[in-house]
Design a protein around this ligand. Structure first.
Ligand code: NAD
Ligand code: TYD
Length: 354
């Protein structure tokens, strides 16, 4: 089959990546989607079992830091577009093992940029390198007032956000130095199905299900701006196709929640869906020592994306949160598999012998 585009998506077996891959494979059947993912603890190819047999989908297990592999993929699949999501993504892990974050997020991004530069070799027409980043690069906002815009100076505080900030700088440097046709976006906290249960929402749903404590860091006063993952995937589709080269776009839900208020809503909704009496799981809420360097507040001004590309978040938070909690409760086998590590066998059983 002749494909109109050949797109390398990195990190497609992870949380956001799996939604992006599913969207591109199904909505753009004329594109070949090559998903390069190392399958770290956060990558689960079973997240994509509904599309893995599609003719326009290729899965490659490999490391974005492996320059030889990445260059070979550019040439074998005549890659003309990159959507780069592969990363170490959990702040708490970055505090324990910062070097892993520098390796994957900085060196991995640089390896991909360099491979794109070499493969495209000055022929930029019809080519695009899209780097997916986070609002955490902007640092923290005060409790009241202010939003991150595309012009907010970078001020990362965690090893995770510092590594993402560094990768963003390399992406811009390749645009300014070599003319590589790049585009970037910085998004707020995502939630939805297939998120590894170390992040707040799936961790807490899983813990309620198992009657385990819900560890709220500090006083639960920190604020995050939550966006449904499919709304992010839609933004990524728009920016990949219509974003202006060299520019970055902020993506956010205009949906700020203090952690403790979110946790209370999550507890009430989960109890209702489980048929528990009101307040049944409230006693699981446990205030624990705060995260080191814990950013107080993130909130995104996404008016540029809304104005220029017509994007709007589609899901209301109440609807998206309930749908998400229901998904985790209905897919308890998925939760068991990722928390026990059993999903590691999926690759061997479904791909390795192909
Ligand atoms: P995730 O941790 O769920 O998934 C990351 C994926 O990358 C996994 O499949 C993992 O196997 C893969 N990976 C890790 N190291 C790799 C390597 N060296 N080579 C190849 N693959 C590798 O992450 P996520 O939450 O889906 O985030 C995806 C991207 O979006 C990240 O770049 C993250 O910084 C960014 N982002 C995430 C959020 C969020 O709320 N989750 C918000 C804004 C931006
Ligand atoms: P998280 O999902 O780790 O995303 P991020 O750190 O990238 O924002 O955490 C969301 C918020 O919830 C953050 O303020 C930290 C807090 N949090 C807890 O209070 N307890 C937890 O167990 C976790 C994982 C997070």
């Amino acid at each position: 089959m002749n494909f109109s585009r050949n797109i390398l998506i990195t990190g497609g077996a992870g949380f956001i990546g799996s939604h992006v891959v599913r969207r591109f494979v199904t909505l753009h059947p004329d594109y070949r989607i090559v998903n390069l993912d190392l399958l770290t603890y956060a990558g689960n190819p079973a997240n994509l079992k509904d599309v893995e047999e599609r003719e326009n989908y290729v899965f490659v297990r490999g490391d974005i830091c492996d320059a030889e592999l990445v260059e070979e993929l550019f040439s074998r699949y005549e890659i003309d577009g990159v959507i780069h999501l592969a990363a170490e993504s959990h702040v708490d892990r970055s505090i324990v093992d910062p070097l892993a974050f520098a390796r994957t997020n900085v060196l991995g991004t640089l390896t991909l940029l360099n491979a794109a530069r070499k493969a495209w070799n000055g022929c930029w027409e019809g080519r695009r390198f899209y780097h997916i980043s986070t609002d955490e690069v902007y640092g923290a906002l005060p409790a009241e007032g202010g939003l991150f815009t595309e012009h907010t100076p970078y001020a990362p505080h965690s090893p995770y956000s510092a590594s993402k900030a560094s990768s963003d700088h390399f992406v811009r440097a390749f645009h300014d130095t070599y003319g590589l046709p790049v585009v970037l976006s910085n998004c707020s906290n995502n939630y939805g199905p297939y998120q590894f249960p170390e992040k707040l929402i799936p961790l807490f749903v899983n813990n309620i299900r198992l009657r385990r404590p819900l560890p709220v860091y500090g006083a639960g006063e920190n604020v995050r701006d939550w966006l449904y993952v499919e709304d992010h995937a839609e933004a990524i589709d728009l920016i990949f196709h219509r974003g202006t080269t060299g520019e970055s776009y902020n993506v956010g839900g205009n949906n700020e929640w203090r952690n403790i208020d979110l946790v209370r809503l999550l507890v009430a909704t989960t109890d209702r869906l489980l048929g528990n009496p009101e307040g049944h799981s409230s006693s699981l809420i446990t205030f624990v020592t705060d995260r080191a360097g814990h950013d107080l507040r993130y909130a995104i001004d996404s008016s540029k994306l809304q104005r220029e590309l017509g994007w709007r978040p589609r899901r209301s938070f109440e609807e998206g949160l309930e749908q998400t909690i229901r998904w985790y409760l209905d897919n308890d086998e998925w939760l068991e598999n990722v928390t026990s590590g059993a999903y590691e066998h999926y690759y061997e059983e479904h791909y390795a012998k192909r």
